[in-house]
Design a protein around this ligand. Structure first.
Ligand SMILES: NC(=O)c1ccc[n+]([C@@H]2O[C@H](COP(=O)([O-])OP(=O)(O)OC[C@H]3O[C@@H](n4cnc5c(N)ncnc54)[C@H](OP(=O)(O)O)[C@@H]3O)[C@@H](O)[C@H]2O)c1
Length: 442
């Protein structure tokens, strides 16, 4: 089939790549920016510079096409001025109506619409037969675009509108987008429903619409409309981050529309979702935000250091971040375990710089080593009988530590008795002396 994809953004480009891999169709792809032409080269059989609201350019893009897929969106989406919004969504379909006599081969038009047309239904379910209730001028433009497109339908020409949920996927990763909200306090109860759509299913549904010649409006959303509170608790449970603290008594200054979009028709048409609901990977990201948060807690603590455990208390391997601030005193110790070899300790510096001191049993320093996030020495593994201490050589220094577990506070450390206890004036003096060793180039 000869297919033109208007718009080579997140969806249009992924669709072109999908068809390119399949190798069955002849694909033309458009962009409005000359600077993108080179990077798009090879993603389709033909790449053109075309604005869909310019009738001449649209005609050139669609000439000979049997199928047109419209995936255009303004840059910055809802933030743009309503005039640009109209030029992006409505003007192309006004132009298309005038061009139809010159496009005798065109037998299907597919358009990526939006479930936002349904507005706010207070959480009630909506399907394709529910009258749209746009919430604002942008929604009205999207409704008008669909109406203009419907007027292009004829006995020879099918028109399919896919109303998408909120898109996510590679490059628009929900874990990355939503993680900054973990641990924050938010006005409202987070009970508004939103429907999501993975990029794979946006592409899959577009390909199915073309392959099976769909000629109707279809909601393309996942199976489970999800509230913000549910989504965030799934994320924080999977990643071990702090939950969001919702404040139902406070009014949300930017309330989100609440609607549940049904995908029954999509299922009836035989489409099987690859991502029926938003899933978060069970992982903890050791990212700048986490390192920054643990460092801030270390700075606020009396000891000048703070652990952030990745393990659970009873785990056989203790894994944790240890943030240290200059001035913190780590009394020299070694780790004692019941079985030989289990008293090892592994440090890797993730941020800043740490001074490691290794002691003989009489308290003599037998080795000092600067460990630094940027190298040349990033970390060490210490054997079980090595007495050691650490000093922070930079603000916000963070280590990843690995030790044998489970942690038994009374048995974990064997201190070198010749050094002062933590919290004493002598300890503070001792820490300054050790830090000075590194200032002298150690
Ligand atoms: N993002 C969502 O969550 C969401 C939700 C529901 C529906 N949708 C719909 O899904 C579709 C695809 O969205 P997307 O995220 O892939 O968009 P995108 O990444 O922003 O890409 C938009 C593409 O449209 C092109 N374009 C802009 N103005 C144009 C014009 N006047 N004529 C022709 N092409 C034009 C852009 O051209 P350049 O290459 O020059 O930049 C770009 O290639 C859109 O119709 C959008 O409304 C998206």
């Amino acid at each position: 089939m000869r297919i033109t994809i208007i718009g080579s953004g997140y969806v249009g480009l992924a669709l072109a790549r999908h068809w390119r891999r399949e190798g069955q169709h002849q694909i033309s792809l458009t962009t409005t920016r000359a600077a993108r032409l080179e990077s798009l080269h090879g993603q389709a059989d033909r790449v053109l510079l075309a604005r869909a609201d310019d009738p001449d350019q649209l005609l050139q893009a669609l000439e000979g096409a049997e199928v047109a897929v419209f995936c255009q969106a303004p840059r910055g989406d809802r933030l743009v001025d309503p005039v640009v919004y109209r030029a992006t969504y409505c003007d192309p379909f006004v132009a298309l109506q005038g061009l139809l006599p010159a496009l005798p081969d065109l037998r299907q038009i597919v358009y990526t619409g939006s479930g936002s047309l349904y507005g706010d239904t207070g959480g009630a379910w909506v399907d394709e037969d529910t009258p749209p209730q746009p919430r604002d001028g942008h929604g009205e433009v999207l409704l008008e675009a669909e109406q203009l497109l419907s007027a292009c339908r004829s006995a020879q020409r099918r028109v399919c509108v896919l109303r998408f949920g909120a898109l996510y996927g590679p490059g628009r990763d929900l874990l990355r987008r939503l993680s900054p909200l973990a641990g924050t306090t938010r006005a409202g109860a987070g009970q508004e429903h939103c429907s999501w759509l993975h990029l794979d299913d946006a592409v899959g549904a577009l390909a199915a619409a073309v392959q099976r010649g769909w000629d109707q409006t279809v909601n393309v959303v996942d199976d489970e409309p999800c509230t913000g509170a549910t989504l965030m608790s799934r994320l924080t449970e999977a990643t071990g981050q702090d939950p969001v603290c919702w404040q139902p008594h406070l009014e949300d200054p930017a309330p989100r529309p609440d609607r549940r979009v049904s995908n029954r028709r999509l299922h009836q048409l035989g489409y099987q979702l690859q991502h029926p609901r938003v899933e978060f990977p069970r992982l903890v990201r050791l990212d700048d935000a986490l390192l920054g948060a643990v460092s801030a807690r270390a700075a606020a603590s009396e000891r000048g250091r703070m652990n952030h455990n990745l393990h659970r208390h009873a785990d056989a391997v203790q894994r944790f971040l240890n943030a240290l601030q200059p001035g913190t005193y780590v009394r020299p110790h070694r780790h004692v375990r019941q079985s030989p070899g289990e008293g090892f300790e592994c440090f890797v510096v993730l941020q800043g710089s740490i001074g490691l001191l290794v002691f003989a049993a009489d308290g003599t320093v037998i080795h000092s080593q600067r460990l630094q996030a940027g190298g040349p020495v990033h970390g060490v593994e210490l054997a079980e009988d090595q007495f050691h201490s650490l000093v922070a050589l930079s603000d916000d220094a963070v280590l990843l530590e690995l030790k044998q577990g489970p942690y038994r506070p009374t048995e974990d450390k064997d201190f070198l008795a010749c050094f002062p206890a933590e919290g004493t004036e002598q300890a503070a003096e001792q820490e300054r002396c050790w830090r000075a060793l590194f200032a002298e180039g150690g």
